[in-house]
Design a protein around this ligand. Structure first.
Ligand SMILES: C[S@@+](CC[C@H](N)C(=O)[O-])C[C@H]1O[C@@H](n2cnc3c(N)ncnc32)[C@H](O)[C@@H]1O
Length: 229
């Protein structure tokens, strides 16, 4: 079965010729694709929930890949030993869940050579986590599929260069490369922040007013940066 555009873009960022782990694999489409196409030597598919685990089991059996795709039931990175794979992929969850997963198993994270993450929300938080834990962003990709914009981030061990805080929001590599979808990405962010500002204006609390002020400033900065594209 062909991969979705989003999963294909993630597949492009995996280190070839080595092992990969896909945490929160659901149907295991990504690890199966990577093994079937000879991109990786072996794959570990991790899943915490019984339903998706059984779905993954069925897909792996149908593809007769039980020997090269190891399916493991468990929470996050607890299914891995340090150094078992070079690339760890975590895709399709919120950044808070992802950072919880990464924080829970530091030895496994430290032994990896590349992290590929695709947060559904909170990409800025994800980039901040990477910088704080000595992971340098090396590649970024934007994909639109079914009218949804996805951000994909790959990082390798290393110090993230000092940068303007707004780049955690925008994506430092996307900005440097002037990604063709970056203007759309920034416009979407501005629209979302404007909606939040409108809602915050309905509240009379000091916290809401302060958050509103911070967001208005961020919107202005994003609008100014967008003119430089
Ligand atoms: C929306 S699906 C994304 C599936 C796939 N990674 C993708 O990007 O298409 C999220 C999956 O992550 C699983 N998941 C959520 N939290 C997890 C955790 N802590 N450990 C392992 N899997 C988890 C869910 O059960 C679900 O199957």
């Amino acid at each position: 079965m062909p991969l979705s555009k989003r999963l294909s873009a993630i597949a492009q960022l995996v280190i070839p010729g080595a092992g990969v782990a896909d945490i929160g694999t659901d149907h295991a489409y990504l690890p199966i694709y990577l093994v079937e196409h000879g991109v990786v030597t072996h794959a570990i598919a991790g899943e915490v929930n019984q339903g998706p685990y059984l779905a993954a089991q069925e897909t792996i059996q149908r593809a007769s890949l039980q020997s090269s795709v190891s399916l493991r039931l468990g929470d996050g990175l607890t299914v891995l030993q340090p150094g078992e794979v070079e690339t760890i992929v975590i895709a399709g969850m919120g950044a808070t869940t992802m950072t919880d997963i990464l924080n829970a198993c530091p030895a496994v994270v430290q032994a990896a050579k590349r992290l590929v993450v695709q947060p559904m929300i909170g990409a800025a938080l994800m980039r901040q986590w990477l910088a704080k834990h000595q992971w340098a962003i090396c590649e970024e990709e934007l994909i639109v599929e079914d009218d949804i914009l996805y951000e994909i981030i790959a990082a390798e061990p290393g110090e993230m260069p000092a940068m303007n805080p707004l780049l955690y929001e925008i994506g430092p590599v996307l900005w440097r490369q002037k990604h063709p979808l970056l203007e759309y990405h920034m416009t979407q962010s501005i629209k979302q922040y404007k909606k939040i500002v409108e809602n915050l204006k309905l509240s009379k609390t000091t916290e809401a007013a302060e958050r509103c002020q911070r967001l208005v400033k961020k919107i202005e900065e994003l609008e100014a940066w967008r003119t430089c594209l």
